[in-house]
Design a protein around this ligand. Sequence first.
Ligand SMILES: CC(=O)SCCNC(=O)CCNC(=O)[C@H](O)C(C)(C)COP(=O)(O)OP(=O)(O)OC[C@H]1O[C@@H](n2cnc3c(N)ncnc32)[C@H](O)[C@@H]1OP(=O)(O)O
Length: 469
Amino acid sequence: MLPPSVRRGDVDDHLSSRIGTGAEITSPDSPSIYKVVGVATEIRAFKRSEAIDYLKVLPYANGLPHWEPAPAAWYGGSAAWPPRQPMTQDQLEAAAEKLMASERFHPQAAFVDGRLVGASAMLSFEITVPGLNQLPMGGVTATGVVATHRRRGLLRGMIQAMFDEALDRGEPVAALSASEGSIYGRFGFSPATVRTRWEIERPEATLREAEQPPGSLELVDAAMAREAWPAVHDIARKDRVGELSARAGQWAGLSDEADGTDDGPLRYLIHRTPEGDIDGIANFRLPWSPRLEDTGTLIVEALQATNNNAYRALWQLLLDFDLTKRIVAAPRPADEPLRWMLHNPRALRVTRQSDNLWVRLLEVPTALESRSYDVAGGITLTIDDDAMCPANTGTWRLDAGPDGATCARTNAQPDLTLDIQALSSLYLGGVSAALLASADRIRPHRPEAVTTLSRLFRVDPEPFNSFAF
Ligand SMILES: CC(=O)SCCNC(=O)CCNC(=O)[C@H](O)C(C)(C)COP(=O)(O)OP(=O)(O)OC[C@H]1O[C@@H](n2cnc3c(N)ncnc32)[C@H](O)[C@@H]1OP(=O)(O)O
């Protein structure tokens, strides 16, 4: 008898077919372990004593050309990845201690013949969903399988175990930032937010409103930035669909020192209300270059504000910093208000746009009932076979509106059919149902079904998450 967290139809068949032993599944003693006869493969949480093995696997696995760590590759900085030096034993011990101390860290690992050959983890977050409600979310992070053990279903096994555990913890939604676009769709993840990188030539960066908004600006050191960021972010994130609660110690590493590259140290700019409360903050750099034509770029790595005054005041200074020629910012939302504050909206040139958060609904009725909908309406939808979360499969009636929603199983004829990926992309309100229908990702059974779905799910402003994890 398999434990409930491991389903014979997906994880185990997949694994045995990959290993090619014609293996039978044994009865595992522990609910989170499964084994294949003849090949000692286990998927289970790793222990503190195994955390260093996990840390050693990760940089090795992630050091592929496609892996794009932020911010180095994001704006073409010079920081090397993977780090040039392996971590020392002391550094590994310290990192392992820190990792395992977090109650919000839920790791899984793959062991073959007792050796840790792959790992992944979920971090528990809150995500802001439409209606500005906070929903528990499991964020998949730090994933790698050593090159010699890839393509045998180890990641699939870990993802399945993490889905099952997230559901047990009451997290109806999972999400991740994808290293490659071709991996995570098969597990039901689908892009739900986008991020952009944009540039403005300083001479073109004139604002329509030249007057300084009320309040004051101050350049501060890293110690002050470490205090300001959590407070500003915790207000701002609850006001933007797609934003996440901060990771433990998210800003602990902010420093005034240069990291030894040409990027220069991070600088910090805060905005205060006339009463003195900090209501906005930006992190920026002024990298050095031996080539004159490459100097004078001010790079904004993060900017968050709790109101429009702070947002405008911060940009007003950053766009007009003496001895600079160009401003580059990333990651930024596609619907950046700054564009509409410029005399010349075309001056803000998006030089890159990519998917940001990939969402995966684990428990459809709970997720759909946890957000609100700007217009009142109802729709009956059929979700195609969801092998990894089979309770989602079937036909659901959603009756929704600004005050909330009910979502229940029904035997009625559906208005449309879609798979869990399409519904996950729609969930935060940033992807158009009409677009997905045009791509045959939604199959309407009534002519007006896609319009109804579109009106129900869209949000304004666009969902955005300001950091990956
Ligand atoms: C959320 C994050 O942490 S993003 C970071 C992800 N990590 C990396 O990119 C590091 C480098 N890559 C790796 O370590 C590994 O290749 C992983 C973790 C991406 C995949 O691990 P594996 O154990 O090989 O994956 P697994 O065998 O379970 O593959 C599941 C499916 O995904 C496919 N797949 C896995 N990796 C890739 C890839 N890089 N490109 C395309 N398809 C892939 C497999 O072919 C398989 O397909 P199937 O279900 O149709 O049979």
